[in-house]
Design a protein around this ligand. Structure first.
Ligand SMILES: Cc1cc2nc3c(=O)[nH]c(=O)nc-3n(C[C@H](O)[C@H](O)[C@H](O)COP(=O)(O)OP(=O)(O)OC[C@H]3O[C@@H](n4cnc5c(N)ncnc54)[C@H](O)[C@@H]3O)c2cc1C
Length: 377
């Protein structure tokens, strides 16, 4: 039984059991070493791929496990309790899922095997276009049966890990938002990796710049309809935002458990600190907020599995769960006192990972735009 059992089928629960075992046997022993470097431990990712976590929510007919969004959220929450980077990297394959939905039979035959084994990353953000994804300046110009792509992307995750990237580029510079998306293999001539960033959290993954210099891709690499690219970007972001929210509740759960263990053992003024009312109220606040965030995340996941639109729901879940993760990890540090500030203790790392959530794949401010637009429509 896990915290997420009530949301899962029996088969899905078996996967979560395997994920919990993997977390304690493989991930936790390595979080303070390999997973603290800003580079992916490929052997860990390979194990997650072999266990089927990566393609768990890719449709069965496309070669995945065919699991629900609910399963993906439970997986994300289970793994992010130890490592946000490995949850982001090893629990989903959003580009394979998108291709299964909108790709032509020829595209699915051509790209799906590579995406299932080597995965795909998101290549949307540019130095002057983050929240405003319509502000990109990367261009794709048709030349016979090929597109020639020129431009720059930044803050791109897993550059040295994934084989494919879904890249947005302007295909109609005269129309605002006239962009399309292309599936690009990292070995394509003209695909160049720039510098990497040193981040506060999300260690265990690399994040950096990509440059495209006269990069030629065949016409078949355009996914979906020409000039409709932003629609696909936003569709991918909806499911990624919900997955991020699930990761946030996993981070919060990890911090709550560490703080609980500490507060029952640490004695001050003759009793364990959890018996001091000032500290016990922190636990009440952490647990209440976390339960509410968890319920919201799995409520939206159920909507997604029922085929409902989750644009506003995913935004609400990510905002609430991200804020909850920041609150809970902050209180956990406070409860653990000086030990909470030391890196070896593990709570500080969860605090740093939590800080990433309100920025990636939609900042809190952008999420509020999405939510308020839905309320006021
Ligand atoms: C660790 C990490 C990994 C990432 N991985 C990827 C990846 O793999 N692929 C990818 O494409 N991108 C990736 N990103 C990029 C990420 O999605 C962007 O950082 C995010 O969308 C915000 O864009 P920005 O950083 O350009 O901020 P900006 O858009 O410049 O925003 C700066 C500030 O202004 C606020 N703001 C902007 N517009 C408004 C508005 N209209 N109203 C109110 N406030 C506003 C923002 O909320 C933010 O607080 C990653 C980022 C990080 C940090």
């Amino acid at each position: 039984m896990s915290l997420y059992s009530k949301y899962l089928t029996e088969d899905e629960q078996l996967i979560i059991d395997a994920a919990e075992e993997f977390r304690s046997d493989v991930l936790e022993p390595r979080v303070m070493t390999d997973l603290e470097r800003e580079i992916c431990p490929m052997d860990v990712l390979e194990q997650m791929r072999e266990l089927g976590f990566t393609n768990a929510s890719v449709p069965e007919e496309a070669g995945g496990f065919g699991g629900s969004m609910t399963l993906q959220c439970a997986l994300d929450a289970t793994i992010s309790q130890a490592s946000l980077a490995m949850a982001f990297m090893g629990c989903s394959n959003p580009i394979a899922t998108l291709l299964a939905r909108v790709g032509t039979p020829e595209q699915i035959e051509l790209f799906m095997p590579g995406l299932l084994s080597g995965q795909g990353g998101l290549g949307f953000t540019e130095p002057n276009a983050g929240s405003d994804s319509s502000g990109i300046t990367t261009t794709a110009v048709k030349d016979g049966d090929e597109w020639v792509i020129n431009g720059q992307k930044t803050f791109i995750s897993y550059i040295n890990v994934f084989d494919y990237f879904l890249v947005s580029a302007l295909t109609n510079e005269t129309e605002p938002g006239g962009a399309s998306v292309f599936l690009v293999h990292k070995d394509t001539p003209g695909f160049k990796v720039g510098s990497m960033f040193h981040k506060i959290g999300l260690h265990g993954s690399n994040t950096g710049e990509l440059f495209f210099e006269d990069m030629r891709v065949p016409a078949i690499n355009m996914i979906g309809k020409e000039n409709h690219g932003l629609r696909y970007v936003l569709a991918v972001l909806d499911s990624c935002r919900l997955a991020n929210a699930a990761c946030a509740i996993g981070i919060a759960q990890g911090a709550l458990e560490k703080a609980t263990m500490f507060a029952k053992q640490r004695v001050t003024f003759g009793k364990p600190i959890c018996k001091h009312q000032g500290i016990s109220w922190y636990f009440a606040e952490m647990e209440a907020r976390l339960s509410a965030a968890r319920s919201l995340v799995f409520d939206v996941a159920r909507d997604c599995d029922e085929g409902k639109n989750i644009t506003a729901g995913a935004a609400k879940a990510k905002w609430i769960a991200g804020q909850t993760a920041m609150f809970v990890t902050d209180r956990a540090i406070q409860i653990c006192g000086g030990y909470g500030l030391t890196e070896d203790f593990g709570v500080a790392r969860l605090f740093r990972d939590a800080r990433v959530i309100p920025i990636v794949e939609g900042t809190d401010e952008v999420l509020k735009i999405v939510i308020s637009r839905d309320v006021l429509k």
